[in-house]
Design a binder for this molecule. Structure first.
Ligand SMILES: [Zn+2]
Ligand SMILES: [Zn+2]
Length: 243
């Protein structure tokens, strides 16, 4: 379960202070909140600015300013290097009505939660947030199935074999980088394989087809996932400089 916590201007200041102090702070949370729940913090104007993790159950808090509301300790707070704006969210999730203040929180699950975690995790400094760790904690069966399929080595190997047979190389379809040409033996048969359909958003089980996969280098692969999911064509335009 991914918790979306809505915050105000003063909340943002508290969050930054907690990041700097590596401290945890009490936060209004749903009654069923559990330690380990991942949270994203969303502000009306600033978008998604921080992520964190709950460290306790939600308990009734009679201290001011909570006045009997349920709070949990929010810990491991990180600031996104590049906040996810409200416009990006609307573009990425056109059918979902984003909760706004004063609604203080909402919880999401399944592909939507996975996609959100991925989108935000990509905006944190490397190592700060691990989507795979989130998925493991989540234990959501259908998401696992998607990931297992994405890493289905058989079809990835088959893709590499097909591309080598047809072109004689394993070149990045975006920038033409060739690991073998640059690294010699060490780079032989190496490339990454990108799935062009957003796996996490597909509810039905569909067979992965070779034409849905693209050979890419590690840099281009990272860029494809940097802001939501960019198309191969859009990244090619960016590399050419006419985006
Ligand atoms: Zn490339
Ligand atoms: Zn990919």
């Amino acid at each position: 379960m991914l918790r979306i916590l809505i915050c105000t201007d003063t909340d943002l200041e508290d969050l930054d202070a907690a990041v700097n102090a590596k401290a945890s702070i009490p936060w209004i949370a749903p009654k069923d909140a559990r330690p380990g729940d991942q949270c994203i913090l969303s502000h009306m104007g600033a978008g998604i600015t921080h992520m964190g993790e709950l460290r306790s159950n939600a308990v009734r808090n009679d201290e001011p300013p909570w006045k009997g509301r349920y709070t949990a300790q929010l810990s491991r707070i990180v600031a996104l290097e590049d906040p996810v704006s409200h416009e990006e969210l609307c573009e990425e999730f056109p059918h979902w009505k984003w909760p706004t203040y004063p609604r203080t929180y909402t919880s999401v699950d399944g592909p939507l939660a996975y996609r959100l975690a991925q989108l935000c995790g990509d905006r944190t400094a490397p190592g700060l947030f691990d989507v795979d760790e989130y998925i493991a904690a989540e234990g959501s069966q259908h998401i696992r199935r998607h990931l297992v399929r994405e890493r289905n080595l058989k079809i990835v190997k088959e893709k590499r074999r097909q591309v080598v047979a047809e072109t004689g190389h394993l070149r990045c379809v975006v920038c033409s980088f060739d690991f073998f040409a640059t690294y010699g033996e060490l780079g032989r048969d190496f490339c990454e394989v990108h799935h062009m359909l957003p796996m996490a958003l597909r509810y039905e089980e569909t067979e992965t087809r070779l034409q849905d996969l693209a050979v890419v280098c590690s840099n281009c692969h990272r860029m494809l996932h940097r802001k939501g999911l960019l198309s191969i064509e859009a990244l090619q335009r960016a590399v050419r400089g006419d985006s």
